[in-house]
Design a protein around this ligand. Structure first.
Ligand SMILES: [Zn+2]
Ligand SMILES: [Zn+2]
Length: 435
């Protein structure tokens, strides 16, 4: 059955980290040519929309930008995020059945606090979109399935304490690839335990392995969780030709994964094989979303014989499935072991901004709460810039006790030079900076 599919294309032809960087101007050039050559816009059910621009309010619903938004972000970041918001509006208004934001620069390595860029990302465009949808349309439960080759550590960080966002990341094993996280025992904070799922895959995993993980692990968890909306962070760097990763996924596999997952909104993340992979993977995803035939999606150099799955990968994935479900079924017992009783839980993070060469030290304290996601207090400083913030996040659907705690923390916080005290109140959609 065909579906109405919206495409939001923003190639950011004037933005790059550096001229030779993998995330550079021409990343979507061949994709744009391929989409036109294949005549995808000739189908009545595929429509293109121009991206909007995300506002500071949209960004501040997710991030603490330090020292401020203008210092850390470029106009392209706001349009990449804005393209996702346009995709969301078109789906939420019913103008299309689903939509694909084919935008750059990407976002899934950006954490709640942003001192600079890491992993080619500055603003977490999916997270900005998810919070926009929850704020504007009142959607409660959203699942993000991140199929980029790198662990979506930024999205994980932002939704770690959120019981209404299921975050599932499939990625090349963190022992072998940036950012080095995303192991099966990373399951979420005390108020959202089990709403984070990590599926590290061995280098060399291809179509057979990805579809097995999708069918046998991802889909049963998504179905049990019953989201109102499914978002796919559609990174394409699992492709066998990608220059910075070691996976063996195919364009047809990506299309088939999309067909089976049937996300409401796809957001492009990574993917750096700009000539050999991106044009074919993107075409496959668009065809799958629109409910068109994907049987002929093939890279010109694809050879099925080279892509047989080694036995050790099959064995590993079977063990991964067992491990994930053992934890999933025992999650209430495990939660008590991870988070013994108490009023607060604190975690310390040292975050390295590889793109900008900055180091951040962070202490994040969440109020343990059975009634909501819990107020979060984030104390963050960057030694390289001297900037420090104390950010207080009141969650969506905050209970009275968490609201009271958050407002009190904001009012009672100490003052100091270079210290910005910020209240990010998601429930009342306000962002206050105390000077
Ligand atoms: Zn990636
Ligand atoms: Zn609460």
């Amino acid at each position: 059955m065909t579906r109405k599919t919206g495409l939001v294309f923003f190639p950011a032809y004037d933005y790059a980290i550096s001229p030779t960087h993998p995330e550079r101007e021409e990343r979507l050039l061949y994709t744009q040519d391929q989409v036109l050559e294949e005549g995808l816009f000739d189908f009545d059910n595929i429509r293109e929309f121009k991206p909007g621009i995300a506002t500071p309010e949209d960004i501040c619903r997710v991030h603490f930008c330090v020292p401020d938004l203008d210092t850390v972000a470029h106009a392209s970041h706001l349009i990449a995020a804005g393209g996702c918001l346009t995709a969301a509006d078109k789906v939420m208004s019913g103008e299309v059945d689903n939509a694909f934001a084919l935008v750059r620069p990407p976002g899934h390595h950006s954490f709640r606090v942003v001192h600079g860029s890491r992993g080619f990302c500055t603003l977490n465009i999916e997270a900005v979109m998810v919070e926009y949808i929850r704020h504007k349309y009142g959607v409660r439960r959203i699942a993000i399935v991140d199929t980029d080759c790198h662990h979506g550590d930024g999205s994980q960080d932002i939704f770690w304490h959120d019981p209404d966002v299921l975050f599932i990341s499939l990625h090349q094993d963190g022992r072998t690839l940036y950012p080095g996280s995303g192991f099966v025992d990373e399951l979420g904070g005390p108020n959202a335990f089990g709403a984070t799922i990590n599926l590290p895959l061995p280098p060399g995993t291809g179509e057979q392995g990805f579809l097995y993980v999708l069918d046998d692990i991802v889909m049963p968890i998504v179905e049990a969780w019953k989201p109102d909306l499914v978002v796919n962070s559609a990174g394409q760097d699992n492709h066998y030709s990608d220059p910075i990763t070691q996976m063996a996924f195919t364009a047809h596999g990506y299309a088939e994964l999309n067909r089976r997952l049937a996300p409401d909104i796809c957001v492009l993340e990574g993917g750096y094989s700009i000539q050999t992979a991106l044009p074919y993977v993107n075409t496959g995803i668009i065809l799958a979303m629109a409910g068109l035939d994907i049987a002929h999606v093939r890279e010109p150099d694809y050879d099925a014989f080279d892509h047989r799955q080694p036995g050790e990968i099959t064995d590993y994935l079977r063990r991964l499935k067992e491990a994930v479900f053992e934890q999933w079924h025992a999650r209430s017992t495990l939660k008590r072991r991870f988070y013994p009783d108490g009023e607060f839980h604190t975690r310390s993070k040292d975050i390295f901004y590889d793109t900008d060469g900055l180091r951040e030290h962070q202490r994040e304290t969440v109020r343990i709460c059975p009634d909501c996601g819990g107020t979060i207090v984030t104390d963050s400083r960057c030694d390289d810039t001297g900037n420090r913030i104390l950010g207080i996040t009141i969650p969506f659907h905050a209970c009275d006790a968490c609201r009271h705690h958050g407002e009190h923390q904001y009012e009672a916080a100490p003052s100091g030079r270079n210290l910005h005290v910020i209240l990010q109140d998601k429930d009342r959609d306000r962002y206050l900076v105390r000077t």
